[in-house]
Design a protein around this ligand. Sequence first.
Ligand code: SF4
Ligand code: SF4
Length: 386
Amino acid sequence: MKRYSSLLVPKVETDMDKKKAGKKGKGEYSLNQIYFYLTEGCNLRCRHCWITPKYQTGEQIYPALDFDLFRSIINQAKPLGLSGVKLTGGEPLLHPQIHKILDLIRAENLRLTVETNGVLCTPELSQKMAACNNPFVAVSLDSTEAKTHEWLRGVKGCHEATLKGIRNLVKAKFRPQIIMTIMRRNKEHMEPLVRLAESLGAGSVKFNILQPTARGEKMHEAGEALSIDELVKLGQWVENTLSSSTSLRLHFSHPMAFRPLGKMFGENGDGGCGVCGILGILGVLANGSYALCGIGESVPELVFGQAATDRLEDVWSNTPVLLELREGLPERFEGVCRDCLMKDRCLGSCVAQNYYRSRNLWAGYWYCQEAQKQGLFPESRLNHRD
Ligand code: SF4
Ligand code: SF4
């Protein structure tokens, strides 16, 4: 017999409550959003990067997504339901034809999301992004101190350049999101960063957890990540104390089971991270490959074809991994995700990372697995099985 916890999670009618974001009808899924990893290079060399782009300087230029291919993908994706694109990297604003790309996104009336390190947010590019449909820009900034930010980001002078980029965005009428990845080295800088974000005119601050993926794996091994116990306490402090000291929206990116109910609902979208949209998303890498997301850079079996030769509709409708995810999420989860009351909405936090760590699409998320092992996973969020 099943025994349920005293805390019952309220049902909210969203696509994900039907378990299938992007689901149109029987067996059909909308391709809502494409994540474009526009460049193989990046102008920073961050210690924790999970995409691991090549470091690009003025002398050394690496390939970027061909513009005609970009246009062809958009044309093929619109009949499949495309309503928005995310430009990410490497550093997306390094793309040699970024102006043309933004013009096309605007002309197609697609919702624009950009994830950038901010260094190249010139006044001109900021205005161009602002002219797109309902644009959202997130900028990485890991400390109020140049020394700490540049220790992590690997390039001297990038702290000031990022601050300048944020100011340009604000002048273009953005209220950008600041993203700070928290680790041992900068955990004391969280509150000062919120104050800085307020003074810069940001709209929200997102605290990301250092993921043990690609370069981040080495940082975990070197003891530079915080323990689960520390992260759980920091999350509670952000949600209960720091949030009430600011008018900015604060988001602490620990898995849903650790969030108060009030922080779980009505927060959909790129800034809020309420629901995983994986079933309505496809990634495109800088070389024109289709992939689950940027994880395709390091996991070849999560690359699904080539835009230059494969029809997008075929990739979207027939790729075995995508079909398996549509059929199996969230029922096939293993580990703690299998028993979690949040799994319909959370979808295991990040299937790509779970796969990276275990080569199993259905593996539980490392953070929750570890929390459960240490007795830190909230019992009230578990569906206990006898
Ligand atoms: S984290 Fe972002 S800015 Fe840093 S190297 Fe990776 S893609 Fe570039
Ligand atoms: S156990 Fe899995 S489904 Fe539940 S909150 Fe953690 S990652 Fe999400």
